[in-house]
Design a protein around this ligand. Structure first.
Ligand SMILES: [Zn+2]
Ligand SMILES: [Zn+2]
Length: 252
């Protein structure tokens, strides 16, 4: 009993020290909002309110665009070969800055915050649009993510979607499946639409068994849909039963 008590008081001491350390850091370098620099929270209430959330009752189930429920002007309805697509918000307002702060400025504490937003998005969609997005999360066998290129991994020092997916799975209680490997090292941001689509074809390799599985695939931003389409297609070709996609943002 004494040993147990000793351990618990030691770990409590460590917790207090860690908390004190956080407080000192907070005084020296206060947390600022990734969207607007205001001190206080990583994503402030004002920036959360400013997100241009996409209504899952109106969106395009194929590419995640906000107004494509009947006929989508952003895609031909064939973005995802065996699943649906849902995006949380438009790539506008504070969201581009928040995503840049996470991916390129190394604010990794945003991973759980962004995961929480993605989880809230899919839970909301399942609830208000069950005929369109029902089961996307609740019937998923596992969650996977679109991996970074080797070059992006070297530049950033981490795989940004892997960290979000880890936090997402911990919150949702769904297994994480590290199923895809990315080949090639081009930065797609430098490529035009046609080259992006050509380049994305065949760029992903499935590295773990996925046969018969219902998967939820996470990515940050959907622009042309070429990346998510190639990644989901690779999983489908490897035998996944369904591959739905969930993104933080949709450019249109
Ligand atoms: Zn803000
Ligand atoms: Zn569409």
């Amino acid at each position: 009993m004494f040993g147990v008590k000793g351990i618990s008081s030691t770990s409590r001491g460590a917790q207090i020290l860690a908390h004190a350390g956080e407080l000192v850091l907070e005084v020296l370098s206060p947390t600022r909002c990734a969207g607007c620099e205001r001190a206080g929270a990583l994503i402030c209430e004002r920036c959360l309110d400013a997100l241009e959330l996409i209504d899952p009752k109106q969106s395009c189930c194929s590419c995640g665009a906000p107004f494509g429920a009947l006929q989508c002007t952003e895609c031909t309805g064939e973005v995802l070969p065996c699943g649906r697509c849902l995006a949380m918000a438009g790539f506008s307002g504070p969201l581009p800055r928040i995503i840049r702060a996470y991916k390129d400025a190394g604010e990794r504490r945003l991973a759980p915050e962004l995961a929480e937003l993605m989880l809230a998005c899919v839970e909301h969609a399942e609830c208000v649009a069950p005929d369109r997005y029902g089961g996307m999360l609740t019937q998923a066998d596992a969650v996977s993510f679109v991996p970074a290129t080797a070059a992006a991994f070297r530049r950033r020092g981490f795989d940004h979607m892997e960290q979000i997916a880890q936090a997402f799975c911990a919150l949702a209680g769904v297994p994480l499946l590290d199923a895809l490997a990315k080949h090639g090292s081009y930065d797609q941001r430098a490529l035009g639409r046609a080259s992006r689509q050509a380049y994305a074809q065949g760029a992903y390799e499935v590295v773990t068994p996925v046969a018969g599985m219902h998967l939820l695939l996470l990515d940050d931003v959907i622009t042309t849909g070429a990346t998510i389409s190639a990644a989901a297609g690779a999983l489908g070709n490897a035998g996944a039963a369904t591959v739905d996609a969930l993104a933080l943002a949709r450019v249109w």
